[in-house]
Design a binder for this molecule. Structure first.
Ligand SMILES: NC(=O)c1ccc[n+]([C@@H]2O[C@H](COP(=O)([O-])OP(=O)(O)OC[C@H]3O[C@@H](n4cnc5c(N)ncnc54)[C@H](O)[C@@H]3O)[C@@H](O)[C@H]2O)c1
Ligand SMILES: N[C@H](CO)Cc1c[nH]c[nH+]1
Ligand SMILES: [Zn+2]
Length: 441
């Protein structure tokens, strides 16, 4: 059994801002050793393709791959996995997939155009990416839900080809992961992971076709590799350890709140679970619930480390102050466990996903509510959003000048171009100005 302790803070204390800074501090991809290991893996895969992928996969995932065919799965093999899983799991996956699809279909952006009085047409055309790669983590646990959350938005966006990489340590691969890939419409699966899988997707190998964008969460090697290949390909975000911030008025069952905190703590020793509440006795009750419930979890060791190292119970003056603190933290998941939670929505500025009301466990969002579970972490909800269909769509501007539009805009552009000392720009615009066109006759 692991030792249990949880930090207690008071938002009313003068040192609270510094205490909070310390609590939130987390060095993401800054580890020098990891960075240089990843740089070498990227270099090798770029230079030697499949051979390097095989060598690293055999080394890190304890496999015995002989050739690239050994890490490729086609749609028939995914369909076979779907046949093998129990009916109850098949139904749950289909239900989650349908809900995720329904939600994401509402995110589709459409092209638009408008015509100005002189006949010039301006607009924006939306097109899907051609080929994307989704990273599904598989080192310490299997994540069929992450297959759905990454692949379905890509499919809804209309991406032509969806490739998936997932490690199979010790040759073990969960059938649910492959079944989810079949349901989500993944085209090809490569059973490789870590930085070598990111490199294969980014640079291409003899077997893995290079993609335009890599999405999906992963460990520090994956995050570091994604950061390094950014520019060569697009990436969604650098996702850190899971986080949950619960605001409670002290009137929800403390066991419910404790288990919500544990649900993210069990992901990772570095996951962060925080409770904000104006009722000190309720904080005591949740601390007792945590202690009691931790012992019942198969992943007790991980959850207990996460709660002790990075968790906190914070006393606040009222719910308004709790929201101020939450906005400062910008958490991945924010639960608002109070009566009439909608009233607080306009005050919430920064959070990846907001769960309203006592009955909305964050875990529902992880699996099947519909919104995406790939969310900004480590305070990046200040400037980024959940993974969505818009991550797989691009925008092109459209400009179609009428002769009159070319005349008006040509004069403006020529004046500005001369101001910038760019003569060819000015003359290119002036060629289409009416007097110039007439002058040509
Ligand atoms: N934000 C989300 O939506 C979300 C969802 C699911 C999981 N996650 C997170 O993703 C992470 C998954 O991590 P994981 O480790 O289980 O799986 P992973 O697939 O990210 O990493 C496994 C790979 O890491 C590589 N690796 C391991 N040790 C290495 C070493 N010493 N040198 C080089 N490479 C090495 C191996 O190639 C292995 O295939 C967790 O932190 C989890 O919390 C996040
Ligand atoms: N909570 C994770 C994102 O932070 C997603 C997940 C997958 N499975 C369970 N949970
Ligand atoms: Zn989760």
């Amino acid at each position: 059994m692991s030792d249990f302790s949880i930090r207690r803070l008071d938002a009313g204390n003068s040192e609270f801002p510094q205490d909070l800074e310390r609590l939130l501090a987390w060095e993401s991809v800054a580890d020098q050793q990891v960075e240089s290991a990843v740089a070498e893996i990227l270099r090798e895969v770029k230079a030697h393709g499949d051979a390097a992928v095989i060598e690293y996969t055999n080394r890190f995932d304890r496999r015995d791959l002989k050739n690239a065919g050994d890490f490729c799965l086609d749609r028939a093999e995914l369909a076979a996995a779907l046949e093998r899983i129990p009916a109850e799991k098949h139904v749950a996956l289909e239900t989650a997939a349908r809900r995720v699809r329904d939600y994401h279909e509402r995110q589709l952006q459409s092209s638009w155009q408008y015509r100005e009085a002189d006949g010039t047409v301006l607009g924006q055309q939306i097109t899907p990416m051609e080929r994307v790669g989704i990273y599904v983590p598989g080192g310490k646990a299997s994540y069929p839900s992450s297959v759905l959350m990454n692949a379905i938005p890509a499919r809804v966006a209309g991406v032509d080809e969806v490739l998936m990489v997932v490690p199979a340590p010790d040759n073990q691969l969960n059938d649910l992961v492959l079944a989810a890939a079949a349901i989500a419409g993944v085209d090809r699966v490569f059973t490789i992971g870590g930085a070598q899988a990111v490199a294969a997707l980014a640079y291409g190998t003899e077997t893995v076709t290079r993609v335009d964008k890599i999405v999906g969460p992963g460990n520090i090697f994956v995050a570091s590799a994604k950061r390094a290949v950014f520019g060569q390909v697009a990436i969604d975000m650098i996702a850190g350890p899971s986080e949950i911030l619960v605001i409670c008025d002290g009137r929800t069952d403390p066991d419910w709140i404790a288990m919500d905190l544990l649900s993210q703590a069990e992901h990772d020793e570095q996951a962060q679970s925080i409770l904000l509440c104006p009722d000190e006795q309720f904080l005591d009750a949740v601390a007792s619930s945590l202690q009691k419930l931790l012992k019942t979890l198969p992943r007790e060791a991980i959850a207990s480390r996460s709660i002790s190292d990075r968790g906190a119970l914070i006393l606040v003056r009222d719910i308004e102050q709790a929201i101020e603190v939450a906005n400062r933290i910008a958490p991945e998941h924010l639960e608002v466990s109070v009566d009439e939670p909608e009233q607080y929505l306009p005050l919430i500025r920064h959070a990846g996903a907001i769960f309203l009301g006592r009955y909305t466990a964050e875990a529902l969002g992880d699996y099947c509510a519909g919104p995406n579970h790939v969310l900004p972490t480590s305070g990046t909800a200040r400037f980024s959003s959940p993974l969505g269909v818009y991550d797989f769509q691009k925008r092109s501007s459209i400009i179609y000048c009428s002769p009159r539009g070319a005349d008006t805009l040509g004069r403006v552009a020529a004046t500005l171009a001369k101001g910038e000392g760019l003569d060819a720009h000015a003359r290119s615009a002036e060629y289409r100005v009416a007097s110039e066109v007439e002058g040509q006759d």
